[in-house]
Design a protein around this ligand. Sequence first.
Ligand SMILES: Nc1ncnc2c1ncn2[C@@H]1O[C@H](COP(=O)(O)OP(=O)(O)OP(=O)(O)O)[C@@H](O)[C@H]1O
Length: 239
Amino acid sequence: MSAGLQIRGVSYTYGPKAALSDISFAVPAGRFCALLGPNGAGKSTLFNLLTRLLVPPSGQIMVAGHDLAKVPGLALAAMGVVFQQPTFDPELSVRRNLLFFAALHGLAGREAAARIDAALERLAMRERAGERARDLNGGHRRRMEIARALIHRPQFLLLDEPTVGLDAASRRSVTDHVHALAADGMTVLWATHLTDEVAPDDQLVILHQGRVLADGTARDIAGPDGLTPTFLALTGGEA
Ligand SMILES: Nc1ncnc2c1ncn2[C@@H]1O[C@H](COP(=O)(O)OP(=O)(O)OP(=O)(O)O)[C@@H](O)[C@H]1O
């Protein structure tokens, strides 16, 4: 059984509109994969399929060796998710937000506390555990949500445009922290439309109009012209 993520021949349509057309790519275990695409490329649709908010009529999705259609419970349990829209209680402290999530996974008491401390530590957020979520800046809120996604010890982390609305320094910090998680063995799928969030050694999948236009190491895809001009040339975009 191979770990990581495998997507094979997945399509999805909204009525007559094709959002994804025969998508296939694989992310090896412990790899950071940037899913890069302009607005409307199909990134959110793919995330909704991966989290089973939508069910694909065809194709196969394997998460950490588990077939999402056949054993959804196992596949979803192996997955940590950070949605594009914030999903936390602003009136609760960081720790209380994470305790609530831990309880949803059947974790309580010392076990929950230890896991929460470890997750916050990985995102350099432990000293903020007692702060009210509302009082955090945008970057720290995102890091809290990423820490929360680690509590149930997933093997695969999905993030949907996690830096939307953040300033440059916070974007860099969040991006660096998630690259560090991948360096520690986490398989990561990071959706973005921003080329500067992709590191040269990352796996890069370029999605455009529901199709995979490129899949490889970012450095190789960027070539001598650099990633931004290459991406714009491939997708017909404007600077
Ligand atoms: N509920 C829906 N009904 C009809 N069409 C939809 C629906 N959701 C998305 N689409 C269409 O499917 C295509 C892919 O959209 P999707 O939201 O997956 O792209 P995206 O890459 O996430 O874009 P964005 O960055 O703007 O969120 C687009 O053409 C979009 O208009």
